[in-house]
Design a protein around this ligand. Sequence first.
Ligand code: NAD
Length: 439
Amino acid sequence: MRIAILGAGYVGLVSGACFAEFGVEVALLDTDAARIEALREGRIPIHEPGLDALVAENAREGRLSFTTDLHAALEGAEAVFLAVGTPTRRGDGHADLSFVYAAAEDVARAARQPIVLVTKSTVPVGTGRELKRRVGALRPDLDIAIASNPEFLREGAAIGDFMRPDRIVIGLEEGEAGARAERVLRRLYRPLYLIETPIVTTSIETAETIKYAANAFLAMKISFINEVADFCERAGGDVHDVARGIGLDGRIGRKFLHAGPGYGGSCFPKDTLAFARTGQELGVPLRLVETTIAVNAARKTSMADRVIQACGGDVTGRVIGLLGLTFKPETDDMRDSPSLEIVPRLVAAGARVQAHDPEGIEAARRLLPPEVVYAANALEAASGADALVLLTEWNEYRNIAPDRLRGAMRGDLLLDLRNVYEPAAMREAGFTYHSIGRR
Ligand code: NAD
């Protein structure tokens, strides 16, 4: 079986490599020629654990190829996946669908055989129907079935998530087009239903809504525990124990109950905004989602204030070491990372920021103020610092002996915004230790 995937970013590249690993022949297309060139030369343009080996092996076996030539990519393809970006549209919070529509229209113009056009990008409800209208207008002569197959992988654990997902969601048109799309998608995902992965087959509108509802719910969980953390700080509780105490209840679940500096990344911020925006347009405001967005924005802002206050209310000339810049560990993705909010505020307040991140520095250089100095490792970021702030919970930061960190610093202030350290051990090492939601 042969498929094409348009968009060789986090989702397209991981999906392509995994489908190839399932035995499918995958042509991965991107409009970014430099990206395709890099992939052809065996260079992986993103950091995702295990992806380099998976791509290399499947490219070597001839199942995974890279191209900028749409006609070549569509040659013999039964399904064409759209995995292009859907960033926030400037000004109104809506998802920018221009990449999706452009890619779909290119496919419609170039297609020579009946195809199933599958949206893997996260797109608002109604997009599938609009795609159907657009490709139908361009190619009334050709049988193009539309399907929705939202992706739920997490960066940093993407291959495992793709290979062993909690479920697969497939949104289908009615009638023969839907039946044809279902046959193609079930064949593609056959290795997964052999391991009994549940498949939720539904309408396209429902599939589109499932993706946004899932992300909004997870974002809401994070914002909920962040508010409980603030509550604990005032009331005298420990948010870590509260999270465990409620999370062990199977109805609640333990995941996404880690208090921190607010959610970021390439999905939650833009998807909550787009979901809320669609709700407003449909006349059904999603007030919980709107509040989650506001709570999270305030959270990120308040983190810089928290650092400044811990430094006595004035950071002018103070050296602040930062551990971690990406929105979470095991990725180089800086999109909407809390650091993008916190670092500029610290710099504007007069702090001298020296930051380390194992994978994010290249992207950070383009996004953070030029005054930021980048360190080669955690100890260098701590070197001579008045305060050290842990922003992203990379494993390598967990493993450093606290007295080495403390010994490198000029001051003794440690702000652990991810609650990774043991308060007693940190105090023993001589730190004035602050964490989130714990006294
Ligand atoms: P990305 O920005 O990493 O990659 C998108 C790629 O599409 C880029 O390489 C870009 O050059 C390419 N592209 C743009 N227009 C194109 C066209 N017409 N033809 C071919 N390629 C084109 O994006 P991503 O993070 O992989 O996200 C893609 C979609 O998947 C988004 O809708 C996102 O919301 C969704 N999603 C992302 C994640 C994640 O963790 N990143 C998880 C689930 C779903």
